[in-house]
Design a protein around this ligand. Structure first.
Ligand code: SF4
Length: 262
């Protein structure tokens, strides 16, 4: 599903509560440097309706209008969430947009948290990292621990290197949220519960020590067929060693109706 609005919602997010979404990608298209087999926005090749990215000025205007409207209605927002149809940090004005959003949040919705759902591929860029450190919840994706496994589930653009991503995430010194989608696929030879995935992923968690780990499963129609979800009980069992070690795990199964992008 491609979102046409730059500011959308508020919607109910299983991970973030009442969430006002911000889509920094095109109105009729998807742009991402991943092409995840489970992406609710569909395959990249099918999301080429347009390539015009919203400007910082448009985001500022649309967000101000929406926050003023919600304040008048008495609607409380838990999170202003950058998600949308692709990778938000690909918008070249991302740092400016974060500054504007924090300023508008402070004046019009001071209790709302600002969250960014990202695939973590651009944290090594100093301006992107600096912007991410300003938000309440930088939520960074790692679904698999090796380049070969990432290629199966996330299909990254050329140049991706999981080691570089892990190194760049160390800059947060643990002050970030790690997000991981768990699924099984025979066709793509991927199973989050297999030792080749799980053990390496847990080693990365131990290395990065994120303040929270969000584990979830597929929740919406996916571009790849035949993907299998995990139950919350299965996921809890899989991550139990991390829970026992004191990591803060949030485990979310599928809900109906599904509500949050990515
Ligand atoms: S799930 Fe997120 S990271 Fe993956 S292809 Fe979709 S927008 Fe990109």
């Amino acid at each position: 599903m491609i979102r046409e609005e730059t500011v959308f919602g508020p919607i109910f997010s299983r991970r973030l509560g009442t969430s006002l979404g911000i889509n920094l990608l095109p109105q009729k298209g998807k742009i991402c440097n991943f092409d995840c087999i489970y992406c609710e926005c569909g395959w990249n090749k099918d999301g080429r309706g347009d390539t015009v990215l919203p400007s910082a000025e448009k985001v500022r205007t649309d967000l101000r209008n929406m926050l003023e409207k919600l304040a008048q209605q008495g609607t409380k927002v838990d999170s202003i969430t950058f998600s949308g149809d692709g990778e938000p940090t690909l918008n070249p004005e991302f740092p400016q947009i974060i500054d504007d959003t924090l300023s508008l949040r402070d004046s019009l919705a001071p209790t709302a948290k600002v969250s960014v759902l990202s695939n973590a591929t651009r944290v090594h860029i100093p301006e992107v990292f600096a912007a991410l450190t300003k938000v309440d919840n930088p939520i960074m994706k790692i679904d698999a621990p090796t380049n070969e496994l990432v290629a199966r589930i996330n299909k990254p653009a050329p140049g991706y290197d999981i080691a570089r991503v892990v190194e760049s995430l160390k800059q947060f010194k643990g002050n970030f949220v790690l997000q991981t989608c768990m699924l099984r696929s025979k066709e793509y030879a991927f199973d989050s519960s297999r030792p080749e995935v799980l053990d390496g992923w847990m080693a990365i968690v131990r290395e990065l020590k994120p303040r929270q780990v969000m584990v979830y499963t597929i929740d919406r129609p996916t571009p790849a067929q035949g993907l299998e979800m995990f139950t919350p009980e299965e996921m809890t069992q899989l991550v139990q060693p991390l829970i026992d070690e004191g990591f803060n795990l949030q485990i979310k199964g599928a809900v109906v109706p599904p509500q949050q992008c990515k």
